[in-house]
Design a protein around this ligand. Structure first.
Ligand code: 5AD
Ligand code: SF4
Length: 474
């Protein structure tokens, strides 16, 4: 989960006529980060420029996440702080978007008289009209319509700019899977895939602006295009792989039940497809998987991983785990620990189950006490920490290809510039140039560079750039 404001893309100047300042706070997954980018893009023609300080803003937007209770609490605590901002500066316009907004709509305006508007997950395209209505009439607006046009997946032009090397691209919205613990199908709606031509246009636009890596986003990318009769996800990947100037393709999230042999074969043929898959297992117990409505068994899951590893033996695998799902016994939980041990994940995200509105599991019997959930979470994290460290240590002494993304913060160990990037297996590498005392950054952003890994930490690797005989970075 993230809680971040968008980086300002230019130095907004209040003195410039017509420039208004927009502050966006984003909570939640990459999908929300992408949506926040769409919000920025859609409001640019109305004269809004991003600011990193809510106190300066003319418009403050909170993009919320409802997937777990904690994320929702975070949203309400930020909204509480906005009350004070409105008291000090009554002219500021305050809006709430995202999954909590979709779910609670009018209730948010009822509970918080200082909020000016609420917009749902499929109302981003209509933001200019919403703001126009507010400025003309002073009305408070709720737009949580899910079927009207104006979805964030269809920006009017590519989301270029920003200078980032790596960007998210939403290829589909919504979810039809109805896992029993999950709120997403209720707040993001039914699955809708974007047309491949639009996705390709957007990626070409991003590449032209300097982007070298895209992460394709969807709740279940494996079912891309199926409903609409577009191409398959593997075919979409093949077309994206052909885009000149693009170096790497990532995607998330895959549902194990739809992880097709077609897609596995793509890992054998597409050179830009990164050596990493995020395959959420959620649980290692068949009884729990059944109640979660995941529609695969532990055995199916392990078979798919074995198949994939035959195609790419060194692929990095990560997962999501929920502990303390209603009715999860100690034996069920041990099966999850056992699954984690047998897969040897590179890393994982683990969550304590929380009841979500609409999701059927909130009515399931056998709720696990909070203290027990905390204990199970700690066991999962401890088990994984040791595996992650083992994976990272195994890379010390090897040479890894890293996509350089930018300067990292000075690490306090070395006085020279530290660069940061990721391996194809999605591991963060901070690296320096070979010459001691060098203090000017070299132009390597956006390049694939060879790094000798010198040290493994628990969440990252450290290394040194290798130079060719001619002194060029390789
Ligand atoms: N409680 C805890 N974790 C949840 N997730 C989704 N819904 C819940 C819930 N109600 C987790 C799943 C999913 C990830 C994005 O969030 O592991 O893969
Ligand atoms: Fe939620 Fe399941 Fe859909 Fe993922 S696949 S978004 S967990 S319903």
């Amino acid at each position: 989960m993230t809680g971040k404001s968008l980086k300002p893309y230019k130095n907004p100047d209040r003195g410039e006529p017509g420039v208004k300042l927009l502050y966006i706070q984003t909570i939640g997954c990459q999908m929300n980060v992408y949506d926040s980018d769409c919000i920025r893009h859609i409001l640019e023609p109305s004269g809004y420029a991003i600011t990193s300080c809510p106190d300066d803003a003319d418009l403050v937007i909170l993009n919320t996440c409802a997937v777990r209770e904690k994320a929702e609490q975070k949203a309400f605590s930020f909204l509480g702080r906005l009350a004070d901002l409105k008291r000090r500066r009554p002219e500021v316009i305050l809006g709430v978007g995202g999954c909590v907004a979709q779910q609670q709509g009018h209730a948010i305006l009822g509970r918080m008289p200082y909020i000016d508007f609420v917009f749902g997950t499929r109302a981003i395209g209509r933001l200019p009209q919403i703001l126009d209505r507010i400025s003309r009439t002073g009305a408070r607006v709720v737009d949580v319509e899910m079927t009207a046009p104006g979805t964030p997946g269809e920006p009017s032009s590519p989301l270029a700019g920003g200078g980032n090397v790596s960007r998210f691209v939403t290829i589909m919205q919504g979810c039809d899977n109805y896992c029993s613990y999950c709120v997403v199908p209720y707040v993001r709606g039914r699955e809708v895939s974007r047309h491949p031509d639009r996705i390709l246009d957007e990626i070409r636009g991003l590449v032209a602006s300097g982007v070298r890596e895209v992460t394709l986003l969807g709740q279940n990318v494996n079912s891309y295009g199926a409903k609409e009769g577009l191409c398959s996800f593997a075919q979409l990947l093949t077309r994206i792989n052909d885009i000149d100037g693009l170096s790497r393709i990532r995607f998330t999230t895959s549902h194990p039940k739809d992880f097709s042999t077609d897609l596995m074969s793509a890992f054998g043929t597409l050179d830009k497809l990164c050596n990493h898959i995020h395959l959420p297992a959620q649980s290692g117990s068949n009884a729990v998987l059944k109640r979660m409505n995941r529609r695969y068994s532990r055995e199916d899951y392990l078979d798919r991983i074995a198949h994939l590893r035959r195609i790419r033996p060194d692929i990095a695998i990560t997962t999501d785990i929920i502990v303390g799902f209603p009715g999860e016994t100690v034996e069920d939980f041990e099966e999850t620990l056992d699954l984690i041990k047998s897969v040897e994940y590179d890393s994982l995200f683990a969550f304590m189950y929380s009841d979500r509105p609409c999701a059927p599991a909130r009515r399931y019997p056998g709720k696990v006490p909070e203290a027990e959930k905390r204990d199970r979470l700690a066991q999962v994290l401890d088990l994984q920490k040791r595996a992650t460290i083992r994976h990272n240590h195994a890379l010390v002494g090897t040479i890894q290809t890293v996509l350089a993304e930018g300067l990292s913060k000075r690490n306090g160990i070395s006085e020279s510039f530290q660069w940061t990037g990721r391996t194809t297996t999605n591991k963060i590498v901070n690296f320096s140039f070979p010459e001691a005392g060098e203090d000017t950054p070299q132009p390597c952003i956006g390049k694939l560079v060879s790094i000798r890994i010198e040290k493994a930490l628990s969440h990252s690797l450290m290394g040194r750039l290798i130079r060719s005989d001619r002194g060029q970075p390789v």
